[in-house]
Design a protein around this ligand. Structure first.
Ligand SMILES: Nc1nc2c(c(=O)[nH]1)N[C@H]1C(S)=C(S)[C@@H](COP(=O)(O)O)O[C@H]1N2
Ligand SMILES: [Mo]
Length: 317
């Protein structure tokens, strides 16, 4: 099915991450997709964001052109709001990212529940331009605002047995239509959406606790009020609207891995040499460009390569 839209955004990618586990649920979802053009025509503009001051960290600047704010805030994956790319921008207008708390616990000396305001004051806010690569084969270049996740981790003092970090997104079907049983919920994911990193990945200076983008407070559709951003991994590792960060000894179960383990591994490092079972990962379509680009190993962030020495990246995908 082809849906005609503005710009160069094609609909072929709309359901690429959506699952085929539950045939009946998929058919219901496909029916919902048929109405997508009508909904898209309404063209809800992104919310007027509050400015958020941050100092640009030029060491992360890229030669790549930045993605337009309009595209980065209307072409989203956020299954809690629905499986279509326009659902998050169209259905997140009344989402309440304040007040907000994040519980940080598990294998730490100093478990603590932080208010959003505590988090915002934890470390100086930096602006960093990162490439983002979705496993579906599209990519963006986004100026995020945040601080290294390691600054938060140090405060709670992980114990010697902590080896992994698990992130969980809010569960609230009253605010997230995708969490209601029925028509919207055909993505096949279990709630809460969970993701995880190995502790050394979470401590890597590239891993950003993110509270803003494009000089503004993070828009709801991009994961307000706080999400993690891990630029060398496929986008789904960058969990949105986080309410819990838990330190564990064992590899945490992750939402996409539980739904389709053969398609989405725990590591999910951007790797042009390891194809997704349903499509190639060798190239990508940068939103706003016409010609496909070659996908770069680690999404171009070679500084993480040493985290994976000795691993078989075909097995640990
Ligand atoms: N809670 C939650 N986080 C999520 C998702 C989601 O569905 N729910 N989708 C992921 C996927 S697949 C991608 S590609 C990125 C998209 O982030 P963006 O919309 O800010 O570009 O968010 C990730 N984080
Ligand atoms: Mo994605």
């Amino acid at each position: 099915m082809l849906i005609k839209r503005g710009g160069d955004i094609r609909s072929g990618e709309i359901t690429d991450q959506a699952l085929y586990l539950n045939r009946r649920a998929f058919m219901v979802g496909a029916a919902a997709l048929a109405f997508a053009p009508i909904m898209a025509a309404a063209g809800v503009p992104p919310p007027a964001g509050q400015p958020l001051a941050a100092t640009r960290n030029k060491s992360f600047d890229l030669p790549d052109a930045m993605t337009k704010f309009q595209d980065a805030t209307t072409y989203n994956n956020f299954y809690e709001f629905g499986v279509n790319k326009e659902d998050p921008s169209q259905l997140s207008g009344s989402f309440k990212p304040r007040p907000w708390k994040v519980q940080v616990d598990g294998l730490v000396q100093k478990p603590k529940t932080f208010d959003l305001d505590d988090v915002l004051k934890m470390a100086p806010l930096e602006e960093r331009v990162y490439r983002m690569r979705c496993v579906e084969g599209w990519s963006m270049v986004i100026p995020w605002i945040g601080f290294p996740l390691s600054d938060l981790i140090k405060r709670v003092e992980p114990t010697g047995s902590a080896k992994y970090v698990e992130f969980s997104t809010l569960v609230d079907p009253a605010q997230f239509p995708g969490q209601k049983k029925g028509i919207f919920n055909f993505g096949g994911l279990d709630w809460p959406y969970t993701e995880g990193l190995r502790l050394d990945e979470a401590l890597h200076p590239l891993t950003l606790m993110t509270v803003g983008m494009y000089g503004q407070v993070l828009p709801n559709q991009n994961g307000a009020p706080m999400r993690v951003v891990v630029p060398w991994k496929y986008g789904f590792k960058s969990a949105k609207s986080i309410v819990r960060i838990r330190f564990t000894a064992d590899e945490p179960k992750t939402a996409w891995n539980k739904a389709a383990p053969q398609e989405y591994g725990f590591y999910s490092n951007v790797n042009p040499k390891v194809d997704h079972p349903r499509w190639s990962q060798a190239t990508e379509r940068r939103i706003g460009e016409f010609r496909r680009r070659e996908t770069l190993m680690w999404n171009g962030y070679d500084q993480v390569a040493s985290l994976y020495t000795g691993m078989d990246l075909k097995k640990q995908y």
